[in-house]
Design a protein around this ligand. Structure first.
Ligand code: GFB
Length: 317
């Protein structure tokens, strides 16, 4: 990408898209294109093609998606498969029609089989059954990968696909029903501390293990790959280390300053037992994550206090 290239960030208000937007600005890219949902409905093919025809982006970061935690995925399976298939199909096909130079598609680590060998290497894709709680989402993401690869093969496009691990950071979703675990626990411990409660309930058995990548690191990796990677094969983006949910809960409780007890709600789903990416391909290309998880949690907690919690506290906002 040149500093003056026309770069479209689909999903620029979300966790990932907003981080890519910040990173590109910070690096001096000055010709950034973005549209809110109100101005461009990505579920409508005609609208998306019209936008590409008019704006002619040269590079596309496809970060628009319907995302959510383990409960949201199992409660709204139809929305997770339909919205994601529609959004990504419309954008990838428009990128082909309007001759985008390069597109980066964001997948997810849930594309790998539930019982996948750990750490999960790129070649384990489609080597076993998927986790049930998020199968519709995973199938949509796998379709996105295969679509990029098929277009590259048949039409000679340059569409790359990256698979991030569990992400967190500013602009995350802090809704307790639909969010991922890390923002949910920041909010739960923070509210319990403020209300003087002695106990916080977390979902599941606490034993599943997850890997957490700070979203600003992810954005840096995406820009790096956009500039340095051209292959159709997928690339994992992670930190290569994981921790048990109960240990994550203790760490967040410490950062927030909650001193009560942690209770397990085993009626809620655990999801995949373990999920850790093999990141040797990415490190071999010359990139690695820099933000330790405790530091990332501190920054996200601060953002939560400055933005989300204060918004909740002032009526009318
Ligand atoms: O982050 P999370 O919702 O998604 O849950 P997944 C991770 C683990 O944290 C599960 C536990 O074992 C949850 O049971 N957990 C404990 C909690 N307390 C909570 C809580 O208060 N809220 C939430 N949300 N979880 C998603 C997929 O899976 O990960 C998506 O459903 C996507 O498709 C995403 O791939 C990255 O890691 O299980």
């Amino acid at each position: 990408m040149e500093k003056k290239s026309r770069i479209y960030i689909a999903g620029h208000l979300g966790l990932v898209g907003s981080a890519i937007h910040r990173k590109l600005r910070e690096l001096g890219y000055e010709n950034l294109l973005f549209r809110s949902e109100k101005d461009l409905n990505l579920m409508r093919q005609e609208n998306v093609e019209g936008f590409f025809d008019q704006q002619r982006p040269e590079y596309v970061f496809l970060a628009a998606a319907k995302v959510g935690g383990v409960l949201a995925n199992s409660t709204f399976p139809a929305e997770f498969i339909y919205n994601n298939l529609a959004i990504q199909t419309n954008i990838i096909h428009s990128a082909y029609l309007y001759k985008v130079k390069k597109l980066l598609f964001l997948g997810s680590s849930c594309i790998y089989p539930r019982e996948c060998a750990q750490p999960m290497r790129e070649q384990y894709l489609l080597s076993g059954y998927l986790e049930q709680t998020n199968e519709p989402y995973a199938v949509a993401k796998i379709a996105g990968i295969k679509m990029c690869q098929a277009y590259n093969r048949q039409y000679g496009t340059c569409f790359i696909s990256v698979m991030p691990t569990n992400l967190y950071g500013q602009n995350d979703n802090f809704d307790l029903e639909t969010s991922h675990v890390l923002p949910a626990l920041i909010r739960k411990f923070c509210e319990a501390k403020m209300e003087g409660r002695k106990e916080v309930e977390i979902w599941g058995t606490g034993t599943p293990k997850r890997e957490f990548l700070y979203v600003d690191d992810l954005a840096d990796a995406c820009v790096f790959l956009m500039n340095n990677y051209e292959d159709s094969e997928i690339v994992n983006i992670g930190v290569g280390k994981d921790l048990a949910i109960i240990d994550l809960a203790r760490l967040i409780a410490r950062v927030v300053g909650f001193e009560g007890t942690i209770k397990l709600d085993t009626g809620k789903p655990d999801g995949t037992p373990v999920k850790r990416l093999d990141v040797s391909k990415l490190t071999g290309l010359g990139w690695q994550a820099v933000t330790p998880v405790e530091e990332g949690i501190r920054r996200t907690y601060k953002w939560y206090l400055d933005n989300y919690a204060s918004r909740q506290a002032s009526p009318g906002k």
